[in-house]
Write a protein that binds this ligand. Structure first.
Ligand SMILES: [Cu+2]
Length: 467
């Protein structure tokens, strides 16, 4: 019991992280050396110094990229909406434009019929042009058909492919993106938050809501909205029966609150300002209190303007007690559980897909996602959290996941899955045994959340199992 409890403390996460860091070096070297020996294409032919026949255009809140689009007469715009709300792209006064595109949707917009000259393009949704969704379109003389290679589109995941596509470049970018994994970045989330123990035994935790620069992927620093400066925020861990107090300091430029999603709590601490409490004004603090009555796999995040604060990084895990596991050696769905169900590592796996953080696992985008490093036979307990705006079917290669709890509630009938679909707000707790040595990829199976025409990115990592 003590040994199990000990193994399941979040302290073991720190150990796992250290092991992962060590592995970053060896696995990185391994993957790189394999890649370098593979005799892949030597170089990608440089782009010709002429305007391409098609140009990738990204719509987001609230920008059109690039802001200056240059294309020969007869060319095509490959328009993709990488934002969170619908946008379109229209050429002002010309009656040419795309349909309204939802997040992730794309459309090829033919500019045939537009004479060489300078035009303005914009999003027609009211207020979006004023917000910044306006760009200059320059159409140059020239026969679009003479340019050799169609360009790679940017993060659309499904650019237009045709007889002029440079397929070797597609091979090369995927090769290069995977060779970078696992890449080191600054900052690591999910650190165990140490409480102060008050005289009556209450565990007091301190959270500071603050904006920091966060390295989502190598070299890409974004403005992250955080608790204590990390994405995910620190893990609040306590035992069943503990009295818990969380002091929240607000260093944001606007008011905030903290909702304890999945924690049984008095209404006055539910964190929905101004309904259940006054907004915590900038530079002010508020203390939340609850007594942990049962095991929770819960999370904390703002309720006030959660629509941008959470995508931008404000979330963290609350783990109370231990999720009960099925009995060692029992048979579930024809598969026998290990005789030793000791959990060697336990951690949250938080998914996000929007805001400044974007497609990510635990606040990082591939190749900066942390590998899960295990010894053959290890049992690993993972808590999926979806803090994003979309569903994410999380697929683990190599060995099945035993789903043991939904939103922290233990299942009477745990079940096996190789893909676990997690909707926004949901948590699933899964146990898997690292049965086979290897580098087993682990990713969201909405394919454009994992790969684009520029290679692997976003919601991908790997379970690396050693002998
Ligand atoms: Cu996904």
């Amino acid at each position: 019991m003590d040994e199990l409890a000990e193994a399941r403390t979040m302290g073991s996460i720190a150990t796992a992280v250290l092991a992962a860091v060590a592995l970053v070096l060896s696995a990185g070297a391994l993957i790189t050396s394999v890649a370098r020996d593979s005799g892949g294409p030597a170089t990608v032919a440089p782009a010709e110094a002429v305007a391409p026949t098609s140009v990738a255009v990204e719509l987001s809140e609230f920008a059109i990229a690039p802001a200056d689009i240059t294309i020969p007469a007869g060319g095509t715009l490959e328009v993709v909406n990488v934002g969170n709300i619908p946008h379109d792209l229209a050429v002002v006064d010309e009656g040419i434009g795309t349909a309204m595109l939802n997040n992730g949707e794309s459309e090829s917009l033919s500019l045939a019929g537009l004479a060489p000259g300078t035009y303005t393009v914009h999003c027609t949704v009211a207020g979006h042009e004023a917000g910044g969704m306006k760009a200059t379109l320059t159409i140059t003389e020239g026969d679009a058909g003479t340019v050799a290679a169609a360009p790679m589109s940017d993060h659309s995941g499904h650019g237009s492919h045709g007889p002029d596509t440079d397929w070797a470049a597609y091979d090369q970018v995927m090769h290069d993106s995977i060779a970078e994994y696992p890449a080191a970045t600054e900052g690591i989330g999910n650190q165990l938050l140490e409480p102060t123990i008050l005289e009556d035994g209450t565990k007091r935790f301190e959270l500071t809501a603050q904006i920091v620069e966060w390295e989502v992927e190598p070299g890409n620093f974004v403005e992250a909205w955080t608790y204590n400066g990390t994405v995910p925020g620190p893990v609040i861990r306590a035992d069943i029966g503990d009295k818990v107090e969380v002091v929240v300091h607000n260093e944001l430029p606007l008011g905030t609150d903290v909702h304890w999603h999945g924690v049984k709590i008095d209404n006055e601490f539910d964190g929905v300002a101004p309904l259940t409490q006054e907004l915590i004004a900038p530079n002010e603090s508020f203390t939340y209190r609850f007594t942990a009555t049962e095991s929770y796999v819960s999370m904390y995040h703002p309720h006030h303007h959660s629509q941008f604060k959470i995508p931008n990084g404000m979330w963290g895990a609350v783990l109370i007690g231990d999720v009960p596991l099925p009995e060692a050696g029992s048979v579930i769905g024809g598969r026998t559980l290990p005789d030793d169900m000791t959990i060697s590592q336990e951690f949250p796996m938080v998914m996000n897909d929007a805001g400044t953080i974007g497609m990510s696992l635990n606040g990082k985008s591939f190749p900066a996602t942390a590998p899960i490093v295990a010894k053959k036979g290890d049992n690993i307990l993972m808590h999926y959290y979806n803090e994003g705006l979309q569903i994410h079917p999380m697929h683990l290669h190599g060995f099945p996941q035993l789903v043991v709890a939904k939103d922290g509630f233990p299942l009477d009938q745990p079940y096996w899955a190789d893909t676990v679909n997690v909707a926004p707000g949901e948590r699933y707790t899964v146990m898997f045994t690292a049965e086979e040595v290897g580098a087993w990829v682990f990713h969201c199976h909405i394919l454009t959340h994992a790969e684009t025409d520029d290679g692997m990115y976003g919601m991908v990592t790997a379970v690396i199992v050693e002998e």
